[in-house]
Write a protein that binds this ligand. Structure first.
Ligand code: IPD
Ligand code: CA
Ligand code: CA
Length: 261
C-alpha cells in the first residue's frame, strides 16, 4: 500500500537533496525568521521542488511545508514537509542536514522519508511495513540502561527567552547518560534512534515538519514515542521523547526530576 505516494516522496526528497548539495558551502542568501531562526535560499528552493513534485502527482492533496505554510484543504491527506532540516548547520557549512517528508491521512502518519544527501542515507517507512535505510531493514538498539545510552537532543529557537526548563532537562539527562549529542537536525536524530545509533532523543518546541517522517520511521523500527508526560506522541505535540523503548521510562523519570537543577 502507498506505493505511488512512497515513490513520489522518494523522488521529491532526492531531487531536493541534490539542490541542497549544490548550494552547500556556497553561502546561499540567508535571512532571519526570528532572533536565531534562519531561512536560506536553499530552504526555499528545496521546498519549491518538493511541492512541485507532490502537486504534480497528487493535485488535490493538502501540503503543509515549513516555509510556505499550509495549502488549501481539499482532502484528508496532508503532506508534511521540511525542505531543509538543519538550516543552522547548513548556513554555517556544517554538513549535517536532511530533507523530511511525511504523509498524514485522516490524522495518522502513514509514511515518512528522511534523506541525508551528504551521507547519501535514505530512511523510509510505510505504516506496518518496517523501517529501512538505503533499502536495508533497521531496528532500534538493545541498550537497556540510561547509563549505557548515547542520547540526542536539540534546543528550541526560543532558548534565549526561556532556557530554564531546557537546561534543567539537559542536566537531568547528562548526569545519567553515557553521552549526549546535539547534531542539529531533529528528523535525523529520530532516524538515528531508529537505526540503533542513538538510544534516545528528547526535545521541546518542535514542529510537525521536524517529526512527522522521523516518528513513523522510528515507530516502524521498534521504537517508542511519547510526550514528556508519557502520552502517545503525535507531530503537533509540543514535547517529544523518543527511544529504543527499553530506556523510555528512565528518560521520562529523568525529565520528571525537578530537583536535579
Ligand atoms: C531545527 C532542527 C534542530 C532542532 C530545531 C529545529 P530547522 O529545524 O531540527 O535540530 O533543534 O528545534 O527547528 O529549523 O533546521 O528546519
Ligand atoms: Ca526542521
Ligand atoms: Ca527547515
Amino acid at each position: 500500500m502507498w506505493n505511488k505516494e512512497a515513490e513520489t516522496a522518494g523522488k521529491a526528497a532526492r531531487e531536493a537533496g541534490k539542490i541542497l548539495l549544490d548550494l552547500f558551502g556556497k553561502n546561499p542568501a540567508t535571512r532571519k525568521k526570528g532572533e536565531i531562526d534562519l531561512v536560506t535560499d536553499a530552504d526555499v528552493r528545496s521546498e519549491e521542488t518538493i511541492v512541485h513534485t507532490i502537486r504534480h502527482r497528487f493535485p488535490r492533496d493538502t501540503i503543509l511545508a515549513e516555509e510556505s505554510g499550509q495549502s488549501h484543504r481539499l482532502s484528508e491527506r496532508m503532506w508534511i514537509v521540511d525542505p531543509l532540516d538543519g538550516t543552522t548547520n547548513f548556513a554555517h557549512s556544517f554538513p549535517f542536514f536532511a530533507v523530511s517528508i511525511g504523509l498524514e491521512v485522516e490524522g495518522e502518519i502513514v509514511l515518512g522519508v528522511v534523506f541525508n544527501p551528504v551521507l547519501r542515507e535514505y530512511y523510509e517507512a510505510v505504516r506496518g511495513e518496517g523501517a529501512y535505510l538505503n533499502g536495508k531493514r533497521i531496528a532500534v538498539s538493545s541498550v537497556a540502561t540510561l547509563q549505557d545510552s548515547l542520547l540526542a537532543t536539540g534546543f528550541p529557537y526560543t532558548i534565549h527567552e526561556n532556557s530554564d526548563t531546557v537546561l534543567r532537562n539537559f542536566r537531568n539527562m547528562i548526569t545519567r547518560a553515557q553521552g549526549i549529542r546535539r547534531p542539529g537536525a531533529a528528523s535525523l536524530d529520530l532516524c538515528l534512534v531508529a537505526a540503533g545509533v542513538f538510544d534516545g532523543f528528547w526535545e521541546e518546541g518542535l514542529k510537525p515538519w521536524d517529526t512527522a517522517a522521523g516518528a513513523i520511521i522510528l515507530k516502524e523500527a521498534g521504537g517508542k514515542l511519547t510526550t514528556y508526560d508519557g502520552k502517545p506522541f503525535a507531530p503537533r505535540h509540543e514535547t517529544i521523547v523518543a527511544s529504543n523503548s527499553l530506556i523510555h521510562e528512565p528518560m521520562l523519570a529523568a525529565l520528571r526530576d525537578q530537583d536535579a537543577f
